[in-house]
Design a binder for this molecule. Structure first.
Ligand code: PHE
Length: 341
């Protein structure tokens, strides 16, 4: 038995020393010191010894157990230290490697123009509304006094979703006038920017999708003078103090009277040049006093309330503002183009 104990001790110590990691060491602990381990098995045979032999053997066995335990602990610590060292090596960061350059994007010129526009109107107490691009023909046309048979409802101009021409991609932001009247308490002061869709071929000034900003005010005693005063203020903020505007009569089904507003050419100061095609003026937007029929359809009494509205093309505003010659550049999103703003 004495030899067996010595052999176990020797084998075990050699095995502990050879263990490659803590998992292997744990397995060895079980193999030698576990309930079914080799040393335990040997101790169970102590019962077969004579009473004289037993104490000495017992003591020796305890010594072996203590030696193994100590060796296990020692080797365990070593392995942990080795593992830590390895991890530190594996996870070393080379802080001298140059970083990756973060590429900042650019604001799109059209959104720069829109943000300026919003800031001006918010400053005047307007609320900014957002609305659906898939719209009911009822709101895009009927409620705006463009009844069945109106030329703008034609299939050649409008993207419809159904045979009955009831659901469509909005062709203007003006249905937002109706949505505002239907949902907001009076008085109302809103602008509503967004995409609109028309069946136009793409060229330097046309696209089947473009952006408009709708504006509307409804209150007691609102007149055409308020419309002109507000829009003149906006134009002065966008193009500088003293910028002249002019209002030409026009027709829209949902405003009466209707007009288009031109701004004096910023290039030539009104003399006439290529930018304004010799006119001295550049067309900016459509506007007018909200038709009494439109107010009535939304349950607003035109004898008590009146209002004005306008609609402006955003791409064109941005093109003028940043002197962009071709509308397609606005949509292509070529970074070399966008980087310039
Ligand atoms: N919706 C009109 C258009 O797309 C513009 C407009 C808006 C005119 C509001 C008058 C009032 O041409």
């Amino acid at each position: 038995m004495k030899e067996q104990l010595a052999a176990i001790r020797q084998q075990a110590l050699a095995a502990f020393e050879a263990a490659a990691d803590t998992a292997a060491l744990d397995a060895l602990r079980v193999q030698y010191l576990g309930k079914k381990g080799e040393l335990t098995a040997l101790l169970k045979q102590m019962g077969g010894l004579s009473p004289e032999e037993r104490p000495a053997m017992g003591q020796l066995a305890n010594e072996v157990r203590a030696a193994l335990e100590q060796a296990l602990e020692q080797r365990g610590k070593e392995l942990e230290a080795l593992a830590l060292e390895q991890r530190l090596k594996d996870e070393t960061l080379d802080i001298t490697v140059p970083g990756k350059q973060v590429k900042l994007g650019h604001r799109h010129p059209m959104y720069i123009a829109l943000d300026e526009f919003k800031a001006i109107f918010i400053g005047m107490g307007f609320t900014v509304l957002d609305g659906p691009e898939v719209e009911l023909a009822e709101l895009n046309f009927d409620r705006l006094n463009a009844e069945e048979g109106h030329p703008s409802r034609d299939w050649s101009d409008t993207f419809y979703f159904d045979k009955d021409s009831r659901v469509m991609l909005r062709s203007q932001t003006s249905p937002m006038q109706v949505r505002a009247m239907d949902t907001m308490p009076l008085p109302i002061r809103i602008i509503a920017p967004g995409r609109v869709y028309r069946k136009d071929e793409v060229d330097a000034t046309h696209s089947p999708m473009f952006h408009q900003v709708e504006g509307m005010v409804i209150d007691k005693g609102v007149t055409m003078a308020d419309l002109k005063g507000t829009l003149n203020t906006v134009v002065e903020q966008l193009y500088g103090k003293g910028t002249k505007t002019r209002f030409r009569p026009h027709h829209f089904p949902f405003t009466e009277p209707s007009c288009e507003m031109d701004v004096q050419c910023h290039k030539c100061g009104g003399v006439g040049c290529p930018t304004c095609k010799g006119e001295g003026w550049i067309e900016l937007l459509g506007a007018g006093m909200i038709h009494p029929k439109v107010l009535k359809m939304s349950g607003i009494d035109p004898e008590v309330y009146s209002g004005w509205a306008f609609g402006i093309g955003l791409e064109r505003t941005a093109m003028r503002r940043f002197k962009i010659a071709d509308l397609r550049l606005i949509f292509e999103n070529d970074v070399r183009f966008l980087e310039q703003f």
